[in-house]
Write a protein that binds this ligand. Structure first.
Ligand SMILES: *Cc1c(COP(=O)(O)O)cnc(C)c1O
Length: 394
C-alpha cells in the first residue's frame, strides 16, 4: 500500500497536470472575502465518489449527509449515482429536493423523532437503523414492516475521532434486538457499525470486523437471514499524517470484509469525511499575533475563525488542520492558535502548537486545507457576533 499525499507527484494530478486543489486556490487568490469562507469544489467530490466506488466493488455508497449538506454536494452525488444516509427529516428533505430517490436513502440515526420516522415512511424510505427496543417500537409503529439493521458498538481501534459509546448496542443485545424487530413485524435485514471517523489505515478495521463478523455468523446460526452489512464511515482525509489512498483503502476494507463475512449480498458504506474533506479549503484571516510576556516562548496567533464558527473538530486537538500562508518559506516558530471569540475554550492548538512563519501578522490571509467535512455544519449561528462560516461552491 502506498502512502498518499495529495498533490504529490504522479498520484492525484488532473489531466492538466495541476494539483487537485488548483481551482480552489485560484478562486481564493482572486477573491476578497469579508468573513471566513469555505470554498468547495464539487468536481473533487465527484472524483472522490469515483475513487471510493472503484475500491468498494459491489458495496454501495450512502453519503453521510451530516459531513457537509451543501445542496450542490448532494446534487453532484445524485448525478454520480450515490445513495445517502440521512439523520433527520431536514436531511431527508434536502436529499429529495436534489433528486435522490427514496429507495436510495437510509435513515441511519439511531435516535429518531417519531414524527420523522412517519415522514420518512410516507415519502417511501424503507431502511432504518436501531440500537434499542424502544427505537424498534417507534419504527414498527410509524413505518410498519420496514427493513431495519441493528447498530453494534465497535471496539476502539485508534481512530482520530472515535464514535463509540453513544451509538450502538453491546454484542449481547444483537440477537434479542433482531428477535424483537421480527416480533414487531419489521424485517431485520442486517447489522451496522462505525469504525470511528478518520481511521487512517485500512488495516485498523480488522479488529472491528472480527467482532461484527462473530455477531453476524451467530445471528445467521439463530436463523436470521441477514443480507445487509452496513460498514459505516471512517474513510480518512489527509491532515498531515499519512493515510492510505482512497481506492486502495476501500478495496482493502472490502477484502477484509469478504475474508470474514464471505459474500454479503448488500454491503453499504457511508463515507462522510472521505468524500468531502479534501474538496474544500477555508479562507480565513489573522486578526492578531502577540506574545503574553517578554519571555513567552510561543506567539499567540488569533484567527477570525474558531471552535464556534467551523473548527469544532479541533476539540482535544483531534483533527489537525494544515495551514497555508503567502509567507510560507519564511522562518517559522511555534504558535498557540486561537479563535476570535471571548471564550477561553476557543483555543485551537496549544498542547501541540503549530509552526507558522515568524513574519505572519494581523491582516494576513491564512488558508486551512482539507476543510470540506464537519466545518460549515459545525458552525454556530453567530456566537459572540462572529459570523458562521460562509460557503462558496465552485
Ligand atoms: C457520521 C456518520 C458517518 C460518516 O462518518 P465519516 O467518518 O465522516 O466517514 C457514517 N455513518 C454514520 C451512521 C454516521 O453517523
Amino acid at each position: 500500500m502506498t502512502a498518499y499525499f495529495p498533490g504529490s507527484a504522479g498520484n492525484v494530478l488532473t489531466e492538466f497536470d495541476l494539483p487537485r486543489d488548483a481551482r480552489i486556490d485560484a478562486v481564493i487568490a482572486r477573491t476578497a472575502f469579508e468573513r471566513p469562507t469555505l470554498v468547495l469544489d464539487t468536481a473533487l467530490v465527484a472524483e472522490n465518489y469515483r475513487a471510493l466506488s472503484d475500491g468498494l466493488g459491489h458495496a454501495v455508497i450512502h453519503y453521510a449527509v451530516k459531513a457537509n449538506p451543501a445542496p450542490e454536494i448532494i446534487s453532484t452525488l445524485v448525478r454520480e449515482g450515490s445513495g445517502f444516509d440521512a439523520a433527520s427529516r431536514a436531511e431527508i428533505e434536502l436529499c429529495l429536493s436534489q433528486g435522490a430517490r427514496p429507495d436510495r436513502i437510509s435513515f441511519g440515526n439511531t435516535i429518531k423523532r417519531a414524527a420523522d420516522i412517519a415522514f420518512a415512511h410516507g415519502v417511501g424510505i424503507d431502511l432504518f437503523a436501531a440500537d434499542a427496543e424502544e427505537e424498534l417500537e417507534k419504527i414498527a409503529q410509524h413505518a410498519p414492516g420496514a427493513r431495519v439493521y441493528i447498530r453494534v458498538i465497535s471496539e476502539p481501534n485508534g481512530a482520530d475521532w472515535p464514535l463509540t459509546r453513544k451509538f450502538g448496542c453491546a454484542s449481547d443485545r444483537v440477537i434479542p434486538l433482531l428477535n424483537h424487530a421480527a416480533a414487531l413485524g419489521l424485517d431485520p435485514v442486517g447489522l451496522s457499525f462505525h469504525v470511528g471517523s478518520q481511521t487512517r489505515r485500512a488495516a485498523q478495521w480488522a479488529g472491528t470486523l472480527d467482532q461484527v463478523a462473530g455477531l453476524w455468523h451467530a445471528a445467521r446460526a439463530e436463523g436470521f437471514a441477514l443480507s445487509l452489512l452496513n460498514i459505516g464511515g471512517g474513510f480518512p482525509a489527509f491532515y498531515g499524517d499519512e493515510i492510505d489512498a482512497p481506492t486502495e483503502y476501500a478495496a482493502q476494507v472490502m477484502a477484509l470484509v469478504t475474508e470474514r463475512f464471505g459474500h454479503v449480498p448488500h454491503v453499504m458504506a457511508e463515507p462522510g469525511r472521505g468524500m468531502v474533506a479534501d474538496a474544500g479549503k477555508i479562507a480565513a484571516e489573522v486578526l492578531l499575533v502577540s506574545r503574553k510576556s517578554e519571555t513567552d516562548l510561543h506567539r499567540w496567533v488569533y484567527l477570525d475563525i474558531g471552535k464556534f464558527s467551523g473548527l469544532a473538530e479541533t476539540t482535544d486537538e483531534a483533527i489537525r488542520y494544515q495551514f497555508e500562508t503567502a509567507r510560507d518559506g519564511d522562518d517559522t516558530g511555534t504558535c498557540i492558535l486561537a479563535g476570535p471569540s471571548c471564550d477561553s475554550v476557543d483555543v485551537l492548538y496549544e498542547k501541540r502548537p503549530v509552526q507558522l512563519p515568524l513574519t505572519l501578522r494581523a491582516g494576513d490571509r491564512i488558508v486551512i486545507a482539507n476543510c470540506g467535512a464537519y466545518t460549515s455544519t459545525y458552525a454556530s449561528v453567530g456566537f459572540n457576533g462572529f459570523p458562521p462560516l460562509d460557503l462558496m461552491v465552485i
